[in-house]
Design a protein around this ligand. Structure first.
Ligand code: NAD
Ligand code: DAU
Length: 356
């Protein structure tokens, strides 16, 4: 038995592959294009491990995917591969259309052909699990109930629109062709190997480098945070016991305004790695021009997953954020490794035009 993971060199995909092989001997074929967000350093602990078969390639390369399916005969596909950063989708949506929509479509087509050719029992047991996001549901106002699986799709950014399109394609392949799909829609993740373009790792890395901590707008936007390993355990549980064709929302009931997140990171760094001048890291906070179309609030209602599949997160926000800050302090070499020229160009593109 084998599973095929796409995007397994990225933040969540790599955590998933590491956790999978820590608890199971079932091999993983890991197909990743190694965009700026994909990093084989995330998987360096698997070097020489025969259970991990890394393939450098694109989910939109139909011939490659067909060959991998033929050769490895996976019992399940877990689709993590995506362009995932909202700010990048605002600066340039095309890669998002290519991977999140066209890539997912081509992957589904290749998988449909493979699945049709399986014998009856393998066809029954097969699963295509699509990893998606709460952003497809749009934005909530204060006091509105959290997103349930039945919430209307109202994506607001090019990123979330392309993820919504991919969710619809996945749904249609079940409805029309009977492909046994599962979809998970998760809230904001944080934890080890998080690329420092996203809020939490950017704040840790900038704070330690003595740089400004750029908060968009008034910093009162709310996100619902989940430690990445809890997302991985939810995906494993849905793969194992989810009902075919169903959608499961994944979240940790941890709604917090951005400014509170940044203040918490600063307080942890004050404790764990105080500034040489004895001043608090909050002195580095800078309010900057807001993100266009910025969603005000996300919140996930995870009761279906808890009730039907018995999943609960292991970490609280407090325990998870402490582990995360510690991980960055302990893995500074990894941080230096991802700060390439193109990373610096991205920072310049996204932040230099923003006024404080
Ligand atoms: P990421 O940007 O860190 O990693 C994406 C990975 O996909 C990278 O390794 C990249 O090289 C690979 N990739 C991109 N295009 C590809 C292609 N065409 N073919 C093959 N590989 C390709 O993203 P992430 O944060 O790890 O997110 C993983 C998935 O989870 C995404 O689908 C995202 O929408 C979803 N998600 C993310 C979050 C979050 O908070 N990060 C929350 C909910 C859902
Ligand atoms: O909700 C799930 C989504 O969470 C995933 O689908 C996306 O892939 C993932 O990137 C994340 O999207 P967000 O846009 O919520 O994450 P980001 O870390 O970019 O921003 C979190 C919040 O922090 C958001 O309100 C914008 C704000 N922010 C972000 C950055 C990078 C700032 O205030 N300053 C910043 O420099």
């Amino acid at each position: 038995m084998t599973i095929l993971v796409t995007g397994g060199a990225g933040f969540i995909g790599a955590n998933f592959v590491l956790d999978w092989l820590a608890t199971s001997d079932e091999p993983v074929v890991n197909l990743d294009k190694l965009t700026y967000a994909g990093n084989l350093q995330n998987l360096s602990s698997l070097e020489g491990d025969k259970r991990h078969i890394f393939v450098h390639g694109d989910i939109g390369d139909s011939q490659l995917v067909q060959r991998l399916l033929r050769e490895h005969q996976p019992r399940a596909i877990l689709n993590f591969a995506a362009e995932s950063h909202v700010d990048r989708s605002i600066h340039g949506p095309e890669d998002f259309i290519e991977t999140n929509i066209v890539g997912t479509f081509r992957l589904l087509e290749a998988v449909r052909g493979y699945w049709k050719g399986l014998d009856e029992s393998a066809r029954q047991a097969f699963r295509f699990l699509h990893v998606s996001t709460d952003e497809v549901y749009g934005s909530l106002v204060a006091d509105e109930p959290a997103f349930a699986e039945t919430h209307q799709y109202q994506p607001n950014s090019p990123y979330s629109a392309t993820k919504a399109a991919s969710d619809h394609l996945v749904r249609s392949y079940h409805h029309t062709y009977g492909l046994p799909v599962l979809t998970t829609n998760c809230s904001n993740n944080y934890g080890p190997y998080h690329f420092p373009e996203k809020l939490i790792p950017l704040m840790i890395v900038n704070a330690l480098a003595g740089k400004p901590l750029p908060i968009y707008g008034d910093g009162q936007q709310i996100r619902d945070w989940l430690y990445v390993k809890d997302h991985c355990s939810a995906i494993r549980r849905v793969l194992e016991a989810g009902l075919v064709g169903e959608v499961y929302n994944v979240g940790g009931w941890n709604e917090k305004p951005n400014v509170e997140i940044v203040q918490r990171i600063c307080a942890l760094l004050d404790e764990m790695r105080p500034r040489a001048d004895g001043k608090p890291y909050t002195d580095q906070i800078t309010y900057v021009t807001d993100r266009p179309g910025h969603d005000r609030r996300y919140a996930i209602d995870a009761r279906k997953l808890e009730r039907e599949l018995g999943w609960t997160p292991a970490e609280t926000f407090e325990s998870g954020i402490r582990k995360t800050v510690q991980w960055y302090l302990d893995n500074w070499q990894w941080v230096e490794g991802v700060q390439s020229g193109s990373y610096r160009e991205w920072l310049d593109k996204n932040y230099s035009g923003r006024t404080a």
